[in-house]
Design a protein around this ligand. Structure first.
Ligand code: LLP
Length: 417
C-alpha cells in the first residue's frame, strides 16, 4: 500500500498526532457500529445474541459503544468481568469463557449473576457446583466442546484441535449431562465451541458446527434439554490484499444450516471482526537507518504497543499518512525502538520514502492491539481515541510515568509470610 489519506472519519491525522502525541490508537466509531449492525442484520430471524469478546479491545468506550448496539460480553477473566460491568453491560448478557477460571473469579461472577458459564474441564464444573451451592444459587452453564477440527489458522490461535488445551471431548461432555443430578447447583443446558481466531475459511466452522449439531441432537434424544448453543467467535478479517474475509451473511447461513431445527438461544462471540478494521495505530517515524544489508524505518511505536507482528508474524498494512506524490518507493524493514530484533512490524515492505517526523499508520489495529500492549522497556501505554464525524474523544489517556510505577515500592517493609 502507498499513501493514506490524511484524515480518518473527518479528523486530520497530523493535527490529531500533534495534539495527542504518538503512538496513538485511533478507532472509528462508525466503522464499529456498521460492523455490529451488519452482524445483527445477518443474524436476523434467529434467536441470537452477540457476546462481544472483550479481549479483542476492552476499552470501556468501545464496550459502551458496542453495548449501545445491543452486544453483551464474552469475558475470560475477573478483569474483563469488571470491564464489562463498568461499561454498563447487564450481568445477564455476560458469558464467562476461559480455560482456567479461578475460584475467586467464578465466585465474583456468581455474586453479580452473570448469564452463563462456559465450562472447559471437570475440575471447573466441580468448582462451579461447590461455589454455587455455597451461595445457595444455581449457575447456568454450557460445556465447551472440543470438536477436533483444524481451523486452518495460525497455530498460536487455533483452539479446536484435540491437542489444544481448550474444551472437552464429547464423550466426557456426555458424561457430565448424564451425571447432572450430582450437581444440583449447576444447570448444564448449553453447548459452546470456539475453534480458533482469524478464520478466513468457513469450512472448518461448518465442520465443527456439524459435529456440535450432531452432538446436540444425540443429547436431546437422550433426554437432555439444550436451551443454548454458543458458536464462539473467530470470524477473520482482511489484513492484506488478496485475503478474503468471510462475509457475515455466509457465516450466519452456516449457523442456520448446521443448527436448523434448534429452537433455543444462539450466542456468537466475535471479537476481531467487530473492531480490527476500525482501528489504526498512528505512529511517527523516529529515524531512518541504512544498515549494511537493509534499510530500517524506525517508528515510535514498538512491539509493546502492537505485539501481533512479533508474536504471530502477522501482516498489517503500513502506510505513510498524507500526500505521497513524487516520493520514490523504498523497501523498508519497519521496526520499533524496543531492544529486541523481534520488534519488527514488517520486513522488506515497499513504501513511499519516509523521513524522520513523518506520520505512519499501521492499519487493522483495532483488535488485539491496545489490549495486548505492555510497558516493556518502560514505555507508557499508548493513548486511544475514538473518531467520528470530524471529532475525536480521548478514550484512554497516555499512561503517565507515575501511573506506570504506581504500586511499586522500595523494599523497605520486610514481612514474614
Ligand atoms: N471466544 C473465545 C472463547 C475466544 O477464546 C476468543 C478468542 C473469541 C471468542 C474471539 O475470537 P475472535 O472473534 O476475536 O477471533 N491475540 C490473537 C487472537 C487470540 C484470540 C483468542 N480467543 C491475535 O491477535 O490474533
Amino acid at each position: 500500500m502507498g499513501g493514506f489519506p490524511g484524515s480518518f472519519e473527518g479528523v486530520d491525522l497530523a493535527a490529531l498526532a500533534a495534539r495527542e502525541g504518538t503512538p496513538l490508537y485511533v478507532y472509528s466509531a462508525p466503522a464499529i457500529r456498521s460492523r455490529i449492525r451488519a452482524l445483527r442484520g445477518a443474524l436476523a430471524g434467529l434467536d441470537a445474541g452477540i457476546r462481544y469478546a472483550v479481549k479483542a479491545n476492552g476499552n470501556l468506550a468501545v464496550l459502551r459503544l458496542l453495548a449501545a448496539e445491543g452486544a453483551g460480553a464474552d469475558i475470560v477473566s475477573g478483569g474483563e468481568l469488571m470491564r464489562a460491568l463498568h461499561a454498563g453491560i447487564a450481568p445477564e448478557a455476560i458469558v464467562f469463557s476461559g480455560v482456567g477460571k479461578t475460584d475467586a473469579e467464578i465466585d465474583t461472577a456468581l455474586a453479580v449473576g452473570i448469564g452463563r458459564f462456559n465450562i472447559e474441564s471437570r475440575a471447573e464444573l466441580d468448582a462451579l457446583q461447590r461455589l454455587a451451592a455455597a451461595r445457595g444459587t444455581v449457575a447456568v452453564a454450557a460445556v465447551r466442546i472440543n470438536p477436533d477440527v483444524d481451523a486452518r489458522t495460525h497455530a498460536k490461535i487455533s483452539t479446536g484441535k484435540a491437542e489444544n488445551k481448550f474444551g472437552v471431548p464429547m464423550d466426557e461432555a456426555r458424561a457430565w449431562f448424564e451425571a447432572a443430578a450430582d450437581r444440583p447447583n449447576v444447570r448444564l443446558d448449553g453447548l459452546h465451541m470456539h475453534i480458533g481466531s482469524q478464520l478466513l475459511s468457513l469450512d472448518p466452522v461448518r465442520e465443527a458446527l456439524r459435529r456440535m449439531a450432531a452432538f446436540w441432537r444425540a443429547l436431546e434424544a437422550a433426554g437432555h434439554a439444550i436451551t443454548s448453543i454458543d458458536v464462539g467467535g473467530g470470524l477473520g478479517v482482511r489484513y492484506r490484499d488478496g485475503e478474503v474475509a468471510p462475509d457475515a451473511n455466509e457465516y450466519a447461513d452456516a449457523i442456520r444450516e448446521a443448527l436448523a431445527g434448534f429452537t433455543g438461544r444462539l450466542l456468537v462471540e466475535p471479537g476481531r471482526w467487530l473492531v480490527a478494521e476500525a482501528g489504526l495505530l498512528l505512529t511517527r517515524v523516529v529515524l531512518e537507518k541504512q544498515g549494511r544489508e537493509r534499510r530500517f524505518l524506525m517508528l515510535d511505536a514498538g512491539m509493546n504497543d502492537l505485539l501481533r507482528p512479533s508474536l504471530y508474524d502477522a501482516w498489517h498494512d503500513i502506510v505513510r499518512v498524507g500526500d505521497t506524490a513524487g516520493r520514490d518507493r523504498v523497501a523498508y524493514d519497519v521496526v520499533g525502538p524496543v531492544c529486541e530484533t523481534g520488534d519488527t512490524f514488517a520486513r522488506q515492505r515497499e513504501m513511499p520514502r519516509c523521513a524522520a517526523g513523518d506520520l505512519v499508520a499501521i492499519l487493522g489495529a483495532g483488535a488485539y492491539g491496545a489490549s495486548m500492549a505492555s510497558t516493556y522497556n518502560a514505555r507508557p501505554l499508548a493513548a486511544e481515541v475514538l473518531v467520528e464525524e470530524g471529532r475525536y474523544a480521548v478514550i484512554r489517556q497516555r499512561q503517565t510515568f507515575d501511573a506506570m510505577i504506581a504500586g511499586e515500592r522500595p523494599a523497605d517493609d520486610w514481612r514474614t509470610a
